[in-house]
Design a protein around this ligand. Sequence first.
Ligand code: ATP
Ligand code: MG
Length: 218
Amino acid sequence: MTTTRIKAEPAKYNLSMLPSLNKEKDILGYEMLNEEVSEKEYKTAIVATIPDEYKKAKFSNLFEGAQTGLLRTINEVESFKLGFYFTGAPGAGKTYAGWSVYKLLNFSTIPCYMIDCDTLLDNIQNANFNRPSLFTLEDVENYKGFLIIDDLGARGETAWTNNVIRRIISRRFDWHRKTGFTSNLSIKEISEKFDDRIASRIAGFCDIYTFMSNDKRI
Ligand SMILES: Nc1ncnc2c1ncn2[C@@H]1O[C@H](COP(=O)(O)OP(=O)(O)OP(=O)(O)O)[C@@H](O)[C@H]1O
Ligand SMILES: [Mg+2]
């Protein structure tokens, strides 16, 4: 495998490094944010944000081609893409792979936030109606860390979801903000289900990884 370069970890860990699109509404509580902690406590806090099913996700368990390519994207190797698109059948390991990237990055103190597409859209919709929400559309567009959107296309498309998803993708890639996706849909199906402009941006800016494994849940 190609040699890897991940940014060095700082000597001091702080809970303000925990991933959040909107720091003021961090799930672990605002008053904790400026506390200095040990590396072990910091990593435990990161793992606490991962759903139980994926807490043990390990980057080194991904197929080698994915590891090499993803590390190039993470390390900003020139001419490499800005993000990834994991596609494949249910249970093939796409979400697991997403959380393993999340863990690798946050453990190296490179901010990464992962959220499923449905929850992302619900929060944006709530924010639009001034209902309680973790973040706004602008927070998502402007987030400077690596954003991973799980299960793109799981919800039925509407003019509103099309518009929001296209805005997020266009804005983030225009500003060269790293973004990854998992989806059961191929790029062709994205273009049929959503629209050509969303499919074109994903195909242009992301490396596509097709997960071929049989359903790992069975
Ligand atoms: N490389 C791996 N090593 C060990 N366990 C894995 C690996 N990949 C996936 N798994 C496990 O297999 C199960 C299915 O994986 P996952 O949820 O990532 O599938 P998926 O492709 O996201 O499916 P869906 O399309 O239904 O969302 C999970 O329980 C996950 O923990
Ligand atoms: Mg999944």
